[in-house]
Ligand binder design. Structure first.
Ligand SMILES: Cc1cc2nc3c(=O)[nH]c(=O)nc-3n(C[C@H](O)[C@H](O)[C@H](O)COP(=O)(O)OP(=O)(O)OC[C@H]3O[C@@H](n4cnc5c(N)ncnc54)[C@H](O)[C@@H]3O)c2cc1C
Length: 456
């Protein structure tokens, strides 16, 4: 309906996806995006490092789900996307880097013969040669990843591979993470009568092994954000933190330091704890649910080494470090091997991650201490003793929401409560369907459809 005013709060990828979809489907709406920061993108930021556009957080997105790829197609960016050059990775186990088995689904090896020596004990390999049926049927409803994977393929596969991979993605403990959110395909496969492994093996038959799992943009993920922001023009207002929400007969009131905006509908596309603060005066119970979503803090360091000081395998994308390995490092990406556009020739670029939901040590270290600790972990794992020629450290406090089992039901309860007591007010973001960029875009697209339905 013409003249309807919609305010989107937050210009991270979720808020930008909401705005993009509303702009495309409903150009008649009067749209305004309010962003607290000095630039759009939130947890997506690309900046120069060693003369190249190197991402400070997300550097790629999953292409086996549609949302990010579809958005890039709509923006005319799909032809510019690139796939990783190096596709194999390793895991640091018992003091050595060992190749991740291939094929695997979220760390679960589908062929025991592909598992290199030293990764799993013989009884785990024996279990992997079976069908992956648990001894007793899994309970109904959402379960943690651990509750699904441990009974089907054993504790060793879970702890040495699945937790390292899945827990690494959002710095969580896979024993505490909702399988319905983090790995719905595992939950569905584990409930198949033929067993988890048989179901995963048959699903794998339809997958082209040469098809890339991830794509990136050679100018960095910031290019996606910048393209979305440019399309919004002056509908995007930076340095405009929303400090309060209210309601009158005229509609929703959205308060910033610069004044109050009146809107027919508001989409909060901000972290769950920010949404909780804004919602508290309006719907305390929904606010309380959002406030309880735990968030992990992480740090991401870019290290550039002189090639004379370090060589890494050109066919490897990097390695993961399981939680009990005793290191601060959680993952190391051989950035220049992984992405041809980030191969500098004279420098070897690495991106190093630190921080887990239960390991905040990195956040307590200053930049020098963090650099020293990560350099020490690199000396342990890949044997580099020379100091890096350049270092950049990016801090991401409270950046990765953790999804406890039952998360989707709690989100649905928040939605229905808001629809009842605060119609026209929606909450969305990385805390909804998952932290990955495609999941955020999906959350944004769904919020755009819901808000359009509300004001139409
Ligand atoms: C280190 C790291 C690496 C990652 N790597 C990957 C990866 O490789 N691939 C992948 O798919 N995903 C990755 N992710 C996850 C992904 O980047 C994030 O989940 C996603 O970018 C979150 O987007 P969002 O819009 O939901 O939230 P945010 O990016 O947090 O955006 C929220 C926005 O709201 C703004 N805001 C907050 N409060 C207010 C207010 N009061 N008023 C107005 N505006 C406000 C913030 O400034 C921010 O811009 C990574 C995340 C991190 C931290």
């Amino acid at each position: 309906m013409a003249g309807r005013r919609i305010v989107v709060v937050g210009a991270g990828i979720t808020g930008l996806a909401v705005a993009h979809r509303l702009l495309g489907d409903h150009p008649e709406f009067d749209l305004l995006v309010l962003e607290a920061g000095t630039a759009p993108g939130g947890r997506i930021r690309t900046s120069p490092f060693a003369g190249l556009p190197v991402d400070e957080a997300a550097d790629a997105f999953l292409v086996r789900v549609p949302w990010a790829l579809d958005l890039c197609s709509e923006l005319g960016l799909a032809d510019e996307l690139v796939a990783p050059h190096a596709r194999t990775a390793s895991v640091w186990l018992d003091g050595a880097l060992r190749p991740l088995p291939s094929p695997n689904v979220l760390g679960i090896p589908l062929d025991p013969a592909s598992v290199a020596d030293g990764i799993l004990p013989p009884e785990a390999l024996e279990q992997l040669s079976g069908d992956g049926r648990p001894d007793t049927a899994l309970p109904d409803g959402d379960l943690s990843v651990g509750q699904v994977v441990r009974p089907c393929v054993g504790d060793a596969v879970f702890e040495r591979l699945v937790d390292a991979l899945l827990g690494g993605i959002n710095a969580g403990r896979a024993d505490d993470l909702s399988c319905g959110v983090m790995a719905p395909q595992l939950l569905a496969a584990a409930r198949r009568p033929e067993g988890l492994l048989t179901a995963l093996r048959s699903a794998q038959q339809g997958v082209d092994p040469s098809a890339p799992v991830f794509n990136a943009h050679p100018s960095g993920m910031g290019h996606l954000v910048d393209t979305l922001a440019e399309n919004l023009g002056d509908r995007l207002r930076l340095r405009s933190a929303v400090t309060g929400l209210g309601r009158t007969d005229a509609g929703w009131l959205v308060g910033t330091a610069k004044g109050v905006e009146v809107a027919d509908a508001v989409v909060l596309a901000v972290p769950a704890f920010v949404a909780a603060d804004l919602l508290t005066p309006i719907e305390a119970e929904a606010a309380d649910h959002l406030a309880q979503v735990p968030h992990a803090s992480v740090s991401l360091a870019a290290f550039a080494y002189r090639r004379s000081d370090l060589e890494v395998p050109g066919d490897q994308s990097g390695f993961l470090v399981p939680r009990d390995a005793g290191l601060l490092l959680t993952a190391c990406s051989y950035t220049g091997s992984k992405w041809a556009h980030l191969d500098t020739g004279d420098r070897v670029l690495l991106r190093l991650s630190a921080g887990r939901i239960d390991d905040p040590r990195h956040a307590e270290m200053d930049g020098d201490a963090l650099e020293r600790a990560l350099a020490g972990d690199l000396a342990t794992t890949i044997g580099v003793e020379a100091p890096p020629a350049a270092v950049r450290i990016s801090r991401w406090p409270r950046s990765l929401p953790q999804f406890a089992p039952g998360h989707a039901d709690r989100m649905a309860a928040i939605d229905s409560r808001l629809a009842e007591v605060a119609p026209g007010l929606l909450v969305t973001g990385a805390f909804r369907h998952g932290v990955g960029i495609p999941a955020c875009i999906r959350s944004g697209i769904e919020a755009a459809a819901a808000v359009a339905g509300h004001v139409a």
